[in-house]
Design a protein around this ligand. Structure first.
Ligand SMILES: N[C@@H](CCC(=O)N[C@@H](CS)C(=O)NCC(=O)O)C(=O)O
Length: 218
């Protein structure tokens, strides 16, 4: 049995798992659980992840993990090839730990809402574009000033799982909405490209959302 990733092709949390697997060169298989076909809450998939969310993984021994942060940490903790993606030094590692709560309650929450609203996945009456836009803008301001600052990555020179989570959300915002990331937050766009462009295999993991958006990525 090989590690299997259950995923939806356009999902940012799912792409962060593929980015780590590619960077660490960990073999895996993938199985689409289509969000648009309602497969996330289908009886078969609920046996894998009762939360009805992708991503989830099933390890080569059958062990199942859900929630993208938990999956990334699990891979780092169980695969030697992935161990460098969380720094060992306590004062550097804490920058990863400190980022994740903000990722879930702000970055993921507001960008996913803007993305789904912009792409009419949530009904128009539940989407206030102006408020949603401001929430994203505020979040990016905080990300840039508090977490990125003038560093290369969240942990200075080390590319970590936190960067893979963050960059994939920013990419979704950039490629599949009208949010002007380049104009409003040019440093965040350069950071996002640094995280996702430098390794061709990681760049390849962005293909499904690029195709969904129908927009070229330079
Ligand atoms: N907290 C979860 C969020 C994952 C998530 O939002 N997944 C979405 C796709 S991007 C999903 O599975 N949605 C299915 C549904 O809402 O039915 C994580 O970090 O993995």
């Amino acid at each position: 049995m090989v590690l299997t990733v259950f995923y939806e092709p356009i999902s940012a949390p799912c792409r962060s798992i593929f980015a780590l697997l590619e960077l660490a060169k960990i073999p895996y298989e993938k199985k689409v659980i289509s969000f648009f076909k309602g497969e996330c809450s289908g009886p078969e998939y609920l046996k894998i992840n009762p939360l009805g969310l992708v991503p989830a993984i099933q390890d080569d021994d059958g062990f199942v993990v859900s929630e993208h942060e938990a999956i990334l940490r699990y891979l780092v903790n169980t695969r030697k090839e992935a161990e460098s993606f969380i720094p060992k030094d306590a004062k550097t590692k804490v920058l990863v730990d400190q980022y994740y709560p903000f990722h879930h309650y702000a970055v993921r929450k507001h960008i996913a809402h803007y993305f789904f609203g912009h792409n009419s996945v949530i009904p128009a009456e539940s989407f206030n574009r102006e408020t949603a836009y401001k929430d994203v803008e505020e979040t990016l301001k905080k990300f840039e000033s508090i977490f990125l600052q003038d560093k290369k990555f969240i942990c200075e020179e080390d590319l970590t799982i936190a960067d893979l989570s963050a960059a994939n959300e920013f990419f979704q915002l950039y490629i599949a909405t009208d949010f002007e990331l380049e104009k409003k937050f040019p440093r965040v766009k350069v950071y996002m490209e640094r995280c996702l462009l430098e390794n061709p295999a990681v760049r390849e993991t962005t293909r499904p959302i690029v195709e969904f958006a129908g927009k070229a990525w330079n």
